[in-house]
Each structure stands twice: as structure tokens, then as C-alpha cells.
Design a protein around this ligand. Structure first.
Ligand code: URP
Ligand code: ZN
Ligand code: ZN
Length: 466
């Protein structure tokens, strides 16, 4: 017997958008068609039925070294994800120095056991000792943590090129995707020293310390290392024309390279950093927001297909926390401000407003950018990322006419603010289901803490993304 039928919605499937019913049995989609019946019915007339979002880039409960301590718990972050229409996340299990990777994954699985939505991990390699590469990494990959995150920047996190090649070789051998934060470490340190020596401590100096060329160099180098090792990489948070052009050119000569941007690089510019630190610290993230010409270029690259997906890079810090944004008071210098912004709740509504409501991108592409492509790249598809028979009933029912004015206080995240404070969006996920359970309704979380499941991933083929 069918448990639930979502009736008469505009259903966004991979091969078309039609008025249909979606039947749910045992937490999975059991049929898509017309005239379906079940024990319960949800009337979706006037609503769009999209796959629940898959957010492949979020930092939760990470001790972010000297940068600060993230504000959200897995319970609050995943409840905020649900409110914003996201039903699966791939977040980070960050290795502490000297720690075995088995212990790293175990510790994050324990923390994430309080999640409201389903979750998987990228293993963030900080300390690739020989035994980590030879034994520990293959073991955690085989056990289902089938992706690796590395940095080319940040003291205490960056890996030099020889170690990056070593990680790529292990990833190739074991079948793990490698995601990269790509910025040139030396260039940032050089500019930082210059700015500080000139007495600059203001927020805009953050943008000046790591401009687009710094990102583009590291993106190009990662593509070179990836080609050398014969293994693809996923370039996280592409923010500017120069970096996106490197990806476009690499693809044109046949290199398989994956890419992402984040909602904030499509919505905001570096101008948000022009103001007193106490007012703008909430916008400090890395890479920083760019000039308007780059924001427009990122849109162009997204529309043309150079960029494969849109993530949140959720990394939430409070303003008033001693480990938060303003650690040394209202005039905390830019290089001491914790990097990152909350985004799990706003990733999709802000993007839907700019992309779908504004007519830049159609519903099918929106679904691919926000759910199908990240699910395919990280081995969660076909269970996640599409409205299809056999998939989990992870569904977001969007009212395309509903307008909402965003307020940090309403968005569940413990950051307590949103970078989109006061922005009004058109289009909202009014009902969000995870495996058939309601996890958010009208902007309020409903899912029980701890109902989210861990998603171990088996071997899969590197996908073609569209
Ligand atoms: O500023 C950001 N994005 N912080 C989170 C860590 C990272 O660099 O992705
Ligand atoms: Zn990053
Ligand atoms: Zn990040």
C-alpha cells in the first residue's frame, strides 16, 4: 500500500517537467504518474516538486584551528538545511594533527549522529604521514568515506605539491574524488604582510589580500597536478573569471575537471566588505567576494556549463562568541576574523530567486546544479539527487510565488545572522521531505534530531555532468 501521494505538483524529473503525482512507499519514491492514490495525500497544486537539495560543501562542528570554532552543531546546521530545502549534505571529517583517519571519521560520525538530514563525509587530510597514505586513507575510503578534501592554502592545513600528488595517487588507486580549496598560499602571505605593514586592518583588506589571480594560479596548478596524476579533481568555490577560464580551457583540451561555485559569489560583491569591521565581519570568507565584473562572469560560466554545481560552503560563526568572528573586539583585524558564512538555509532560496524566478535558469538545470550533479559527483546518485522511481523520497515542494524576507534569527543556524539580512526572495520550499518524513514546513524545522542517516558510498564511475 502506498503511504503517501503528492498530488498534482509540477514535478522536475531529469527528463522533463510535468504536472504529475509522486507516490511514496517506505521512504522511497514508488511511482510517478497521474491519478495515483495512497493512505495520505498532499495537494501540491501550484507547487514545484524538486529533488531535495544536496549540498556537497559544508563545515559543521569543525575546530577551525586559530580561525575559531563553528557555531552550529550538526543538529542546528541540518535543521537549517531542511528549512532551506536541502535534504543531504556532504560535510567534512577534519583530521587533527597526529590523528588516525579511522578515529577522525568515527569522531565525526558520532557528532553527526544528531543530524536531521542524511549526511556523508569528505575526509579532510591535514597530516598525510606515510602510514596515513599507505593504509589509513585506503581503509576509510573502502569503508564509505569516498572523497578527500585538501587545501593549497592556510597555515596548518595546506599541502605542498608533492603531497598533493601523493594524495591524488592514493585517490586514483582507491577510487576517491578529491575536492580542493585552491588559492596560492605564498601569494596570500606576501600580500597579507604588505597590507599589515601598511597599517591596514580593515575588512576590505581581506579582499585585497587574496585577489582572483591568487585563486586562478592555484586552480591552474591543481589542474596540472590532476593531469599529471591522471585523476580528476573537484575545484571548490570558483569565484572569478580568471579561475573559471582555467577550467574552461582545461576542458576544451579534454581534461576531466569538476567545479563548483557558491550562492554568495553569485549574489554579493566585494563591496559588502566596505564598512566598519563590527558591521561587515559576517561577510569575511575565503575566497572573498569579488568585483561586480567577476560576479557577472561567474553567472556566465554557470549558465554556459563551466561550473557544475552551487554549494553553500556553510561555515558559521557568531559575532559575539569569543571563538567567533570578532575575537578581539569590534576592531578585530581582518586577518584574525574567522572565515566563513552560514549558508545551508539560504543556498537554495537565494539561488532560486536569482536563477529561476529571475528567468536566468530553468527548473531542470536548477535541479542539476543543486542536487543531481553533487549527488552524481559524490556517489549518492541515484539514491539521492533526483525525483525518480526507486530514489529516496527526498523532496522539496516549492511555492514559486511565495516571497520571504530573510532574517538570520528565523533561519535556525546558531550563527544568528545571514549575509542576506533583509533581502526578499521569491520562491520558497514550503514543505520538505526526507525519506518521506516532513523535515521542514513553511520555514520551520520539523524533523527529529538524530533521524538523519549516514550515507556510506561504494565505488562509482566519475560522472559526466551537465
Ligand atoms: O571562508 C571559508 N570558506 N571558510 C571555510 C573553509 C574554507 O575555506 O572552505
Ligand atoms: Zn575552502
Ligand atoms: Zn569550505
Amino acid at each position: 500500500m502506498t503511504d503517501l501521494v503528492i498530488r498534482n505538483g509540477t514535478v522536475v524529473r531529469e527528463d522533463g517537467v510535468d504536472r504529475m503525482d509522486v507516490a511514496v512507499t517506505g521512504g522511497r519514491i514508488s511511482a510517478i504518474g497521474r491519478g495515483l492514490s495512497g493512505a495520505r495525500t498532499i495537494d501540491a497544486d501550484g507547487l514545484i516538486v524538486l529533488p531535495g537539495g544536496v549540498d556537497n560543501h559544508c563545515h559543521i562542528e569543525q575546530p577551525v584551528s586559530k580561525n575559531g570554532a563553528s557555531a552550529d552543531t550538526f543538529a542546528t546546521a541540518t535543521a537549517s538545511a531542511a528549512v532551506g530545502g536541502t535534504t543531504s549534505i556532504v560535510c567534512f571529517a577534519r583530521q587533527a594533527e597526529g590523528e588516525t583517519l579511522a578515529r577522525t571519521v568515527e569522531a565525526y560520525r558520532e557528532k553527526a549522529s544528531r543530524s536531521v538530514v542524511d549526511h556523508a563525509f569528505h575526509v579532510m587530510i591535514i597530516d598525510p604521514r606515510p602510514e596515513v597514505l599507505a593504509d589509513e586513507l585506503p581503509a576509510v575510503v573502502a569503508d564509505g568515506a569516498r572523497s578527500i578534501k585538501i587545501f593549497t592554502a592556510y597555515d596548518g592545513q595546506m599541502l605542498p605539491d608533492p603531497q598533493i600528488l601523493d594524495v591524488l595517487a592514493v585517490a586514483k588507486r582507491t577510487g576517491a574524488m578529491v575536492a580542493v580549496h585552491a588559492e596560492n598560499h605564498a601569494a596570500i602571505k606576501f600580500r597579507l604582510a604588505e597590507l599589515l605593514a601598511a597599517g591596514r586592518t580593515d575588512a576590505f583588506a581581506h579582499a585585497e589580500s587574496r585577489p582572483g589571480i591568487v585563486e586562478a594560479e592555484a586552480v591552474r596548478r591543481m589542474i596540472t597536478l590532476s593531469e599529471t596524476a591522471g585523476h580528476p579533481v573537484h575545484l571548490f568555490h570558483v569565484t572569478c573569471d580568471l579561475a573559471a577560464e582555467e577550467i574552461r580551457r582545461a576542458r576544451a583540451r579534454g581534461v576531466r575537471v569538476y567545479s563548483e561555485t557558491c550562492t554568495h559569489y553569485l549574489a554579493l560583491t566585494e563591496d559588502v566588505l566596505k564598512g566598519p569591521m563590527a558591521e561587515v565581519a559576517g561577510f569575511v570568507c575565503s575566497p572573498p567576494m569579488r568585483p561586480e565584473a567577476d560576479r557577472r562572469a561567474v553567472w556566465r560560466h554557470l549558465i554556459e556549463g563551466t561550473l557544475d554545481m552551487v554549494s553553500s560552503d556553510h561555515s558559521s560563526f557568531r559575532m559575539d562568541d569569543p571563538m567567533g568572528k570578532l575575537k578581539t573586539g569590534p576592531d578585530t583585524p581582518f586577518d584574525k576574523v574567522a572565515n566563513g558564512m552560514p549558508g545551508l538555509a539560504t543556498r537554495l532560496p537565494v539561488l532560486f530567486d536569482m536563477a529561476v524566478s529571475a528567468g536566468r535558469i530553468g527548473l531542470e538545470r536548477f535541479a542539476r546544479l543543486t542536487a543531481t550533479n553533487p549527488a552524481k559527483l559524490y556517489g549518492l546518485y541515484p539514491r539521492k539527487g533526483a525525483v525518480a522511481v526507486g530514489a529516496d523520497a527526498d523532496l522539496a515542494l516549492w511555492d514559486p510565488t511565495k516571497t520571504v524576507t530573510l532574517r538570520g534569527a528565523d533561519l535556525v543556524s546558531r550563527a544568528g545572522y545571514t549575509p542576506y539580512e533583509g533581502r526578499t526572495v521569491t520562491g520558497w520550499p514550503v514543505l520538505v521531505l526526507s525519506r518521506g518524513d516532513v523535515v521542514a514546513r513553511d520555514g520551520r524545522p520539523e524533523g527529529a534530531e538524530g533521524r538523519g542517516e549516514y550515507l556510506p558510498r561504494g565505488a562509482y564511475a566519475w560522472p559526466e555532468l551537465h
